[in-house]
Design a protein around this ligand. Structure first.
Ligand SMILES: NC(=O)c1ccc[n+]([C@@H]2O[C@H](COP(=O)([O-])OP(=O)(O)OC[C@H]3O[C@@H](n4cnc5c(N)ncnc54)[C@H](O)[C@@H]3O)[C@@H](O)[C@H]2O)c1
Ligand SMILES: O=P(O)(O)OC[C@@H](O)[C@@H](O)[C@H](O)[C@H](O)CO
Length: 390
């Protein structure tokens, strides 16, 4: 069985490539970095190290790579693949839509009607569906009709913390021991080769919302408050009693919403939160605050980890003072190396807070959260150091 994976970055090598290879898939990475591509082609394997006390290392094998710019080769790989996965960042899905469409066209022209599954492994709700919407406009009508029959786009949730890497070997990747990959089972076609360790579920929404609104909400809260406090790593943030409490409070607020919406058991959910706090504090993992805070416009967008749980909690009448202040903290993220942070600051500077909250976060003026966010923002701006630290 052959898998084509777009993006040979942290999660691509550190999680998806590893899982696929362990399930006897041959993995072809479609990548951009020429050095990594040439090393993957030459070695056909790379080491992955667990961030535990033993630093357990395994070798991921049966891998190779091609450059995304070699359009014909990419199309040929897709034409003969059984599975396509992506981990390029949700904002980059549009960039890989046309190459994938070209592969689908070639596949159908060659009358390859074996089932093909395309799974976006991004931090987004409905990531594979979004990718499908970007691919279809590149297909002509007959190819689209065949794609409807023989190609499926199961949505998924992926969870494993893989920080930015800094090894002598550019292919080596250190990952946390924990992992969870959940795939929407009803979207699987006959003939799908199951990936070992993946959890297949009939309804994905509870899983993706639980993951994004606990792990990712809590993570970015640690990052945005940590940034304001001048801290560099998530571990440092978690060592600060007040900041750790802040992260926990936010996860408990989103937890109240998730428990109400999905009927989760409160005790089990609390254990889930405790496990995540432990993962963030992992002494063997160094994760930069700026990586976790990256792309604040995406993180503050209406369907992402801050606004969506906040709006849903509001609908249930659940109070969310900590989550509200976290949104304000995100709006103060001004790392000059982050393109979205610069755009965010430019927008707020030129147009003001209220238009930003209305237009980019999708929270209208009349919504109770709108003014609360402004109040929190002004407080945080005035105190510079977050109040939780004083
Ligand atoms: N790192 C994590 O802890 C983690 C965990 C779960 C999910 N995710 C999600 O996985 C995705 C990737 O995150 P990451 O941390 O691995 O980032 P990353 O920057 O390490 O990897 C992304 C890779 O995609 C490549 N890429 C971008 N555009 C491309 C294109 N057009 N064609 C081919 N390759 C392209 C980049 O060169 C890079 O190597 C994101 O959606 C992220 O939210 C990350
Ligand atoms: O990848 P992002 O930018 O959506 O979010 C940053 C981190 O929170 C994220 O990468 C986590 O490490 C990961 O989602 C854990 O499963």
């Amino acid at each position: 069985m052959k898998a084509v994976h777009f993006g040979a970055g942290n999660i691509g090598r550190g999680f998806i490539g590893h899982m696929l290879s362990a399930s006897d898939y041959d993995v072809c990475f479609v990548a951009r970095n020429p050095k990594k591509i040439s090393l993957l082609q030459k070695r056909q394997e790379y080491p992955i190290t667990l961030a535990n006390n033993e630093q357990d290392t395994t070798i991921v094998n049966n891998v190779t790579a091609i450059n995304v710019n070699e359009q014909h080769r990419v199309a040929e790989e897709i034409a003969s693949a059984d599975l396509i996965t992506t981990a390029v960042g949700v904002s980059a899905l549009g960039d890989i839509a046309e190459p994938i469409a070209k592969g689908i066209y070639l596949r159908m022209k060659a009358n390859n009607y074996n089932p093909l599954h395309i799974i976006a492994c991004e931090n987004a709700i409905g990531g594979s569906t979004r990718l499908k919407k970007r691919i279809y406009p590149f297909l002509d009508e007959p190819t689209r009709a065949k794609a409807e029959r023989y190609i499926s786009f199961p949505n998924a949730a992926v969870d494993r913390i893989v920080p930015a890497q800094n090894h002598e070997d550019p292919l080596q990747v250190t990952v946390e021991p924990f992992y969870e990959w959940v795939v929407h089972r009803p979207a699987l076609l006959d003939g799908f080769k199951e990936i070992e360790g993946v959890h297949y579920v009939d309804s994905l929404e509870p899983y993706i919302e639980r993951k994004m609104f606990t792990v990712n909400t809590g993570h970015c809260v640690a990052a945005y408050f940590g940034y304001l406090a001048g801290l560099k790593t998530i571990r440092q943030v978690m060592s600060n009693t007040a900041l750790r409490a802040k992260v926990r409070h936010v996860m408990e607020e989103t937890g109240a919403m998730l428990i109400r919406k999905h009927g989760f058991n409160a005790e089990t959910h609390q254990k889930y939160i405790d496990t995540i706090l432990g993962r963030f504090a992992n002494p063997n993992l160094t994760d930069q605050v700026t990586r976790v805070a990256r792309s604040p416009l995406r993180k503050l967008s209406p369907h992402d980890r801050l606004v969506r749980p906040a709006m849903q909690a509001s609908e249930f009448g659940i109070e969310i003072p900590h989550l509200t202040s976290a949104m304000a903290a995100a709006m103060l993220f001004d790392d000059k190396r982050d393109e979205e942070a610069m755009k965010l600051q430019h927008f707020i500077h030129e147009d003001g807070l209220s238009p930003f909250i209305r237009e980019r976060m999708g929270i209208p003026e009349e919504h109770v959260l709108h003014q609360h966010i402004i109040t929190c923002y002004e407080e945080l701006q005035e105190h510079k150091v977050p109040k939780v630290l004083t």
